[in-house]
Every structure is written in C-alpha cells, then in structure tokens.
Design a protein around this ligand. Structure first.
Ligand SMILES: O=C(O)C(=O)[C@H](O)CO
Ligand code: MG
Length: 256
C-alpha cells in the first residue's frame, strides 16, 4: 500500500500554511510534501513536523521568482549562479526537515537549445553531488505544457534517457501520474518501464486535477499497480480539492 503525502501547497488551503501540518495529521496523513518551504524559517517547519509526528516526503529547490514567471533554474545558463545558491538553501531546509528527496525544476527553455541542455546536465551533476553528500535523492519531473507552457522537461522518455546517460546514483524520476496521462497516456506501461528509476510519485485526477478517482483514469487500478511493482516510496496527493479538503478523502481511505 503506497504511503500518501498530503501536498500542503494545494490541500488544506482553508488553513494558514503552518497550520496545515496539524490539519493533515488530523485527516489521517503521516507524511507531507509541498512545493516551496522558503517563506517560513526552517525551524518553524521542523517544529510542525516534530509536533505532529509527520514525515517530510519532498519539496522543491527554490524556483527563481515564481510570481514573475520563473519555473525553476536548472536549464537556464544565465541563472547558474542563482541555481548554485538555491542548492545551498534547499539543503539547509533538508537538514532541518529530514526530507529524503528534493525536486529540481528545469525552468522554461527549449530542449532543442543546446546551451539549455548543457546547463541542465551541469546543474543535475552539481545538485546530485551536493545532495548525495547529505544522503538525499534528487528527482526530476516531466511537466505537461498545458499547465506549464514552455517548460523544458516535458517528456518522460527524455527524462529517463537523461537519467540513464548521467548515471548519477541519486538522480531519479518524479512520476506524476497527472502529467504522464496528459503528455503520453500509457500510464501503467510507463510505471512498469520506469519503475527502477522512480524516486517519487504524485497523483491527481485528469483533466481537472481534483481528487483521484474523479477523472478519466482508474486511479485505484494505478495505485494497485504501484503495489504490484513493489513501489515503497510516497505518493504525493498533488491535487486541488473540489471542496473542503477533509470532505474529499474517502478515495484514500479505500487504500488504508
Ligand atoms: O507541477 C507539478 O506537478 C509539480 O509537482 C511541481 O513540483 C510544481 O509545479
Ligand atoms: Mg507534480
């Protein structure tokens, strides 16, 4: 049975961010993830995790200026210095929270741009080296370009080939089922083919990104496939609740 992590960026938004940890615990979660913790002191996050007995499943490196349109820095040659600084920031929060993996966002660039591809490879080597020294995995996630137009990493096969080419032992795939369906479909075969390199999974219904089981996929069948494949990582619940978060959790309890 997969271990579900509440995504506190998208769920429990009825509460202030630091109050979402208690809300997630009360709703039955033992793990959390979110996009970015950087608006809070690391100690404040660590205290919430400790007080609620929660495990930190994942968070992202700083993405640049999200409000200004940045969606990560790793493939942006002219932002290399900022990317290097983002690694140090993320590792400070990783130390405080005990997270086991961090997600590196590529940024908006073309995979046909050789300078972007070179920057991306260099960035992944750098972050995997620094994160590995702290016992952390690094995950990269193909994201669909309907939700994120111009995102550099928009193909699962490209991501898998790059992971194989770089051969970095702590570089793994963040398999977001929502993006997989939109980009390629073929979700079960994708899971079977990429199981050896999957470092994190996320789920949301397609196309509305609401609770699993409310879209076009048989999400219960997909979760059973993760069990059958022996996946022992987390499944991040990265969906927008259709109503109050607490009222929409029956789908998860079917797996309890
Ligand atoms: O967009 C997603 O699915 C993610 O998981 C990124 O981390 C945030 O955009
Ligand atoms: Mg995702």
């Amino acid at each position: 049975m997969p271990r579900f992590a509440a995504n506190l960026t998208m769920m429990f938004t009825e509460h202030e961010f630091l109050d979402r940890f208690a809300a997630a615990k009360k709703a039955g979660f033992d793990a959390v993830e979110y996009l970015f913790p950087y608006d809070q002191p690391p100690e404040a996050i660590a205290e919430r995790l400790r007080a609620q007995g929660l495990t930190q499943a994942l968070f992202n490196l700083p993405p640049g200026n999200w409000e200004a349109g940045d969606r990560g820095l790793a493939a942006l040659p002219d932002r290399a210095e900022e990317f290097r600084a983002s690694i140090d920031t993320a590792l400070r929060y990783a130390e405080a929270t005990g997270v086991g993996r961090v997600h590196v966002m590529s940024g908006l660039a073309s995979r046909q741009d050789v300078t972007a591809l070179t920057a991306y490879r260099d960035s992944l080597r750098r972050v995997c080296d620094a994160a590995g020294a702290q016992g952390l995995d690094v995950v990269i996630e193909p994201i669909n370009t309907r939700d994120m137009p111009g995102y550099f990493l928009d193909d699962f096969s490209f991501a898998a080939d790059l992971i194989a080419e770089l051969g970095l032992p702590n570089l793994k795939l963040q398999f977001d089922i929502y993006h997989r369906q939109i980009l390629h479909g073929d979700v079960l075969m994708g899971l079977r083919e990429m199981a050896p390199i999957i470092g994190h999974v996320q789920i949301a219904a397609v196309p509305d990104r609401h609770e699993p089981g409310t879209g076009e996929l048989d999400d219960a069948r997909i979760l059973r496939e993760l069990d059958a494949l022996g996946y022992e990582g987390f499944v991040g619940c990265e969906y927008r609740p259709a109503g109050r978060t607490e009222d929409g959790l029956d789908w998860m309890r079917a797996f309890a």
